[in-house]
Design a protein around this ligand. Structure first.
Ligand SMILES: *Cc1c(COP(=O)(O)O)cnc(C)c1O
Length: 386
């Protein structure tokens, strides 16, 4: 009720992105849809519900807290997998509900066994191997013993997978490091094979791995950012489009974020707009105020830098982004009035604001700006964007 802004998710766009991803993944490997960070800001419940309707059947989150929230939204039978933080009561909950999770250290392995024993359940675990990311994961030397522990506790543990994560497969400059990771992952698989026990699905690739690292798909691919219609970075987009002779982006943005013009006013030549003196009108200007500020996820770094779309045209942000509103210049746009839709991200009348230009910052910030969109903004599904 009384919303300042709305985020719309396009079913058409997600359907297209899923088809694109599935085509790349091929028939063999399973696709796991990564929805951590509130589904990259798209809204974990709304996004995952839509993805499930469109055929996604496996979801990965970072923490037990996210898994708990998502579990309420998923139909029965969808796979749920925690890649990072799970502990204490969260771990017990995961075991109880057949939610699989990464195990990358001894303490968690023991905890999984204890929890499963206490509940008369079998814990579903993925063994994470350290291959060069140096974040979490069992060292190769520990692996034989870990596998032996798993084998001895076969009644309470099911190894659902063995995995690792690339430390920057989106950039060619990391090529040697990525190659080293592939090599160590192969060694880990050889160790597991020698142990002669089932190790479930082998998985290594994220979006950038899928696109840039041949031979990294194995039995499952964990894909996040591509679902939402973004590339891991621009280099990856250019490489892909060049290799496939594409001149247009095959991905479609799922998100569209809009608010409304709250009032329109006139500023005389020489007038300063908003707090302080960061922007002075050189000529008489028409300024629209939009009730959207840094308190709602519209970054202060967009002061005198961002753009919004009004009546299909780009209106530059003038002055400082306030806590609760921004002022944009609509001087050249005919007939702007109170109540007009103002698009913060996405398309309107043939023009569009990408997250990158919304941020006008480096690629990695796509991930950051998206995930910082407040959870309180209502999300809704639409058939397609205008
Ligand atoms: C975030 C994440 C992914 C997905 O990464 P994208 O670049 O969004 O495809 C895959 N695996 C792990 C372990 C992750 O943390």
């Amino acid at each position: 009720m009384f919303n300042v802004s709305t985020i719309e998710l396009s079913a058409e766009a997600l359907r297209a992105n899923l088809a694109f991803i599935r085509h790349l993944v091929g028939k063999g490997p399973a696709l796991c849809t990564v929805v951590k960070g509130n589904a990259y800001g798209h809204g974990i419940g709304t996004f995952s519900g839509l993805a499930q309707d469109l055929g996604a059947d496996r979801f990965a989150v970072y923490s037990a807290a996210e898994a708990y929230e998502l579990k309420q939204q998923l139909h029965n039978g969808a796979g749920l997998y925690i890649m990072g933080d799970v502990d204490g009561p969260g771990l017990d909950w995961a075991v109880k509900h057949d939610v699989s999770f990464n195990v990358f250290e001894r303490a968690r392995l023991s905890q999984a066994i204890k929890s499963a024993q206490a509940q008369g359940k079998r814990a579903l675990i993925h063994l994470e191997v350290e291959t060069g990311m140096h974040r979490t994961g069992f060292a190769l030397e520990e692996l034989p013993q870990v596998l032996e522990t798993c084998r001895l506790n076969g009644a309470t543990l099911e190894v659902a997978g063995i995995c690792s994560h690339f430390a920057g497969a989106e950039s060619r400059s990391n090529h040697l490091r990525i190659q080293g990771q592939q090599k160590r992952f192969k060694e880990a698989l050889a160790v597991a094979e020698r142990a002669g026990m089932p190790i479930g699905r082998r998985h290594l690739a994220c979006s950038a791995g899928l696109l840039n690292v041949p031979g990294s798909l194995y039995d499952m691919v964990r894909v996040g950012i591509l679902h939402y219609g973004f590339w891991p970075n621009d280099e990856t987009r250019l490489r892909f489009c060049h290799a496939h002779g594409l001149t247009t982006d095959p991905l479609k943005r799922v998100i569209r974020w809009w608010s409304r013009v709250m009032s329109v006013s006139t500023v005389p030549a020489g007038g300063f707009i908003g707090y302080g003196n960061s922007f002075q009108a050189q000529a008489p200007a028409r300024i629209a105020t939009i009730p959207m500020g840094y308190a709602y996820g519209y970054s202060r770094s967009l002061s005198n830098a961002g753009h919004v779309l009004v009546r299909g045209q780009k209106a530059p942000v003038r002055g400082i982004v306030n806590m609760n509103c921004i002022t944009v210049d609509v001087t050249g746009i005919d007939g702007v009035e109170k109540g007009d839709e103002a698009v913060l991200i996405g398309s309107q009348g043939g023009n569009s604001i990408s997250v990158a230009s919304f941020g006008d910052l480096s690629d990695q910030l796509n991930y950051e700006l998206l995930t910082r969109l407040p959870a309180a903004i209502p999300r809704m599904v639409v058939d397609k964007h205008p």
